[in-house]
Design a protein around this ligand. Structure first.
Ligand code: PNS
Length: 171
């Protein structure tokens, strides 16, 4: 079954968003400018154990993407390609931070196209965010570092709630 709402076909920006960073937000904003309508698809990456639950990850994105017109946030319950078919997506959009991201993203883009024909469009990450990842942000937060250059105030607070705000460890 597919959605036939009369709305423009959306682009899907998928990820595990554990948690969403300002780099993700830049890609979401640019995708919304290009495609007009974006569904941010919060999915399970079987290779990663999430720190934040699905509901929390969705709410954090809703909070920091509220100012971007045309964006909604949904859970992807199973295969991304199947979700894209159900929402009649025009494309998947992902940000690329150089060669190591390409090695990881290329096979997924090919498999998604083989599964349901969905194409993936890659946006080059803005240099400001090229070094930022959810894993790095969690590691900084875990050790009491300041993550405010990399995430929204809401995500920073969620990281403090999760890991504490003890400041840098004393040596
Ligand atoms: O932000 P991430 O962790 O790099 O995103 C990867 C993600 C979640 C988009 C990918 O693991 C995914 O699509 N998961 C949903 C299940 C699925 O479709 N797996 C097959 C991918 S080819």
């Amino acid at each position: 079954m597919t959605e036939s709402s009369g709305l423009a076909r959306p682009a899907v920006v998928p990820g595990s968003f554990d948690p969403v960073t300002l780099g993700h937000l830049d890609v979401i904003e640019r995708a919304a400018k290009l495609f007009g309508r974006v569904i941010v698809g919060v999915a399970v990456n079987a290779a990663k154990e999430a720190v934040f639950g699905l509901k929390a990850r969705i709410e954090l994105i809703q909070d920091c993407a509220a100012h971007i017109p045309g964006v909604e946030v949904r859970a992807v319950p199973g295969l991304l390609a199947e979700f894209c078919r159900q929402v009649e997506a025009i494309a998947v959009v992902k940000g690329l931070r150089g060669g190591q991201d390409w090695g990881h993203e290329e096979p997924m883009a090919i498999v998604n196209r083989e599964l349901t024909g969905i194409e993936t469009v890659f946006l080059a990450a803005a240099p400001t965010w090229g070094h930022v990842s959810s894993s790095l942000v969690k590691d900084v937060a875990r050790h009491g570092g300041d993550v405010s250059p990399y995430v929204s105030p809401g995500v920073r607070q969620a990281l403090i709630d999760r890991f504490g705000s003890g400041g840098p460890p004393r040596l």
